[in-house]
Design a protein around this ligand. Sequence first.
Ligand code: PMP
Length: 415
Amino acid sequence: MPTPLPTDLSRARADFPILARSVGRGEGKPLVYLDNAATTQKPLAVIETVDRFYRHENANIHRGVHYLSMHATDAYDRARERVARAIGAGDPAEVVFTRGATEAINLVASSFAGDRFQPGDEIVLTVMEHHANIVPWQLLAGRRGLVLKWAPVTDSGEIDPDAFRRCFSPRTRLAAFTQVSNALGTVNPVDEMVRIAREHGAHVLIDGAQGVPHGQIEVARLGADFYTFSGHKVCGPDGIGVLWGRRELLDAMPPYQGGGDMIERVSIDGTTFRRSPERFEAGTPNISGAIGLGAAFDYLDGLGWDAIRRHEHELLCEATARLQEIDGLRVLGPSQPGSKVAVISFTMDSAHPHDIGTILDTEGVAIRAGHHCAQPLMQHFGIAGTARASFAFYNNRDDIDRLVAGLTKVKKFFG
Ligand code: PMP
């Protein structure tokens, strides 16, 4: 048994049934799951909540007068309140349920920016964005004649606030940037970035897909106009995510999609719409997903965010030190663990990232290899991709040992 880290959260590990399985051929190898930036595993509390919903509570919401429908409606509304509390939103009506971060960003691009921005207006993005926070703006820019300005990253994969500031002009209408880089783990100075955008009179969208899993969020305090994230990266179900927006902005935005539940009144002459959040939730939403997301926040709150942060930080420090001992292995991103979350993106002199991923897989170690949906960032570093080990609070020292042993095998194989 390896010695546990001082901040051990091993009791949490037992809450995740999948972590007890083996993977691979034959009897396989016990799973070491280090692909948490792509999606986290789900605790029993979430699995059982979704299971209970379908076994005992399933009905469509809002339209029914029968017991189950009212019960399901109540559970869905409570999930919204729960999520609002979890992210520090003052008003549950500011929490719009979406399919995920991607849909939330597309909603803002379409309904907020698409409706207001004029040809020649500018949007500031950063080179480290996930494609989900690039492509919607490129599509919109193509349709509306907008100009995209790209804040560069430094050699250590960080945003230089001065360089960010230089991207703004009197034509800047919006800055959209990630709180935490999915590819490098960099924690961006979002307070300062919001301040810079505000000084230039620009609106702000923060992509929180990689921020929410690593610490408690206070959206109201961040000072942005919009904040987006996905449930599946924070121990919740997939197919559910959140757009948080300022109420006055949401209520002034036209609907994103039309359909049932988002209307006040429909006649053959036209339709009037409800306010946020219903205005943006046309059709039957992901009811069990929203309820499961509420359960995920209950679970994480129960563990305690301080404990989660401390444990992940220990994992990051120890894993970084161990990986840096491997000859020819280069870690990309900030050198100080204080400015990043527990994501380690690396290359090896002799092995392609996909080879690293494949050999680790034969050892039962799941990491991700490739461009991580951040091709502009990879282009900035002049590489096709990296290998990325991303940790969650349920990882432990044994996982680090197994990662290091796997990488030693890669070294032996490729020299
Ligand atoms: N932004 C960031 C920073 C991400 O890491 C991801 C997912 N990898 C997304 C947006 C998109 O999230 P989803 O695919 O869940 O919509």
